[in-house]
Design a protein around this ligand. Structure first.
Ligand code: TRP
Length: 443
């Protein structure tokens, strides 16, 4: 097995691939609305603190465990420890299944908005019209299921056809274009009349609004955005050459992911206030706000479809990493063929996603403790399964195999690891205790 696994040739190639998994809808669609629902500035401070303490440490642990084992998550724990590790492996596969089911629904929205921004959508910046358009679009059962299916079909096609050939080469060019476009859009958004209130909302922490739910939301968002807790980055680490400096790779991926989320915040939230939308509008926030920005800027009819097209591709590269983790398990551990595994997993995920796709229309009355089916799937995977996976990964690196993992991080002494002591105690104590506390009190 080890001969034909292949390896990332360069550090830059690896960082781009891992960043491709991390950067997606989580940054541009989810981050602004979760920040908007949780009080803006105070959420931002807590999010950044969690990302650069717990998030970065768990990411480093995932990279190192993967590279030490050179296996997919389930195989990795089996190989390193001789058995499953408190269920983290199977939960990871389940989390991938659940996340992709609602992720593909939103991925479908990005494709649909690429089409609609080519049409008449950008003729108005009126919040009422744009809100109604989004509401009607997601409430229509035919189109929401259709676009969800289209996005899943594209994801399956990439997973069957191989990641490297088309999509990886394309995203190496397109993702920098997305970054530049995002910066340009931010400049437009922050100079809109009335944008200052949005900047204040995003940058002024009001800790009186912070409760345990804020912490819980920030923790779930950190794991979701960084692709942590289900072994996706562990799998990427398993393809990594021993000479690549793991700490700097983890810093790069975390930094890039955070940069894109912040840019999305500086784009969406000022525009929300400038146009009089509601920052707590939820999952539709980005989709109702951005068309207003495009409608108000020179060349918007060009930038609108370009932006949503690029966002679809960013979503696709993340979706591929989710499906790939599920498929790898069926291929490596159950002896299934790659095509069959992709077909079964893909169709199953599509089916589980249908109630999520219908959550904004025919099933909108169907809620559990105030959450729609879509929100339940997101909550279950992001706010429960991924943090639990993070606890298990941190404990594994900190207690079970500390010497081996530290050796892997320093490449047997080749690289310096000045923060080794801090990292060790974050894995051993701080991350498991903080996550457990947030989970238990947040439920
Ligand atoms: N991080 C991606 C995003 O922000 C989504 C994603 C891809 C993911 N792979 C993952 C989330 C693995 C959790 C686990 O859009």
């Amino acid at each position: 097995m080890s001969e034909n696994r292949g390896e990332f040739a360069t550090r830059a190639g690896f960082i781009l691939a891992a960043a491709g998994s991390a950067i997606g809808l989580g940054n541009i669609w989810k981050f602004p609305y979760v920040a908007g629902q949780n009080g803006g500035g105070a959420f931002l401070v807590i999010y950044l603190a969690l990302v650069f303490s717990i998030g970065l440490s768990v990411m480093l642990a995932e990279f190192a465990i993967g590279r030490a084992a050179r296996r997919n998550p389930i195989g990795a724990f089996a190989k390193l420890k001789g058995g499953a590790w408190i269920g983290v492996d199977y939960m990871g596969v389940a989390a991938g299944f659940v996340i992709l089911s609602f992720y593909a629904v939103v991925g479908g929205w990005t494709i649909a908005y690429t089409v609609h921004t080519l049409g008449a959508l950008l003729e108005t910046a009126d919040p009422k019209v744009l809100g109604a358009f989004f509401g009607d679009f997601v409430a229509d059962p035919k189109s929401s299921v259709l676009y969800h299916g289209l996005f899943m079909a594209l994801t399956m096609a990439v997973v069957i056809g191989g990641v490297e050939k088309g999509i990886e080469r394309a995203s190496k060019i397109l993702m920098p274009v997305l970054l530049v476009l995002l910066i340009a859009l931010c400049l437009r958004a922050v100079t809109l009349p009335g944008a200052g209130a949005g900047l204040a909302f995003f940058l002024t922490p009001d800790f009186s609004k912070v409760g345990i739910e804020t912490l819980h939301a920030a923790l779930g968002q950190a794991f979701f955005s960084l692709s942590l807790g289900m072994g996706a980055l562990l799998t990427y680490g398993s393809y990594l050459s021993r000479h690549v400096h793991l700490t700097s790779a983890a810093l790069w991926v975390t930094g890039l992911d955070t940069l894109i989320a912040l840019l999305a915040g500086f784009l969406i939230l000022p525009a929300v206030f400038a146009f009089g939308f509601d920052p707590a509008a939820g999952p539709g926030l980005t989709f109702i706000t951005l068309p207003a920005v495009f409608a108000q800027m020179p060349g918007g009819v060009l930038f609108g479809p370009l932006f949503f097209g690029l966002l679809s591709i960013a979503a696709l590269t993340s979706a591929v990493s989710l499906l790939e983790t599920v498929v790898a398990h069926f291929v490596d551990d159950r002896g299934m063929g790659r095509r069959a595994a992709t077909a079964w997993a893909g169709v199953g995920i599509f089916a589980l996603g249908i109630p999520s796709a219908l959550s904004f229309g025919v099933l909108s009355g169907f809620t559990f403790a105030g959450r729609s089916f879509f929100d339940v799937m997101d909550y279950l995977a992001s706010n429960i399964m991924l943090p639990l996976g993070g606890i298990a990964i941190a404990l594994f690196a900190g207690w079970i195999l500390l010497a081996r993992i530290t050796d892997e991080i320093t490449a047997a002494g080749e690289h310096r690891f000045p923060l080794a002591v801090i990292w060790t105690w974050i894995c051993r104590l701080v991350a498991p205790a903080a996550i457990a506390w947030i989970l238990i009190s947040g439920l």
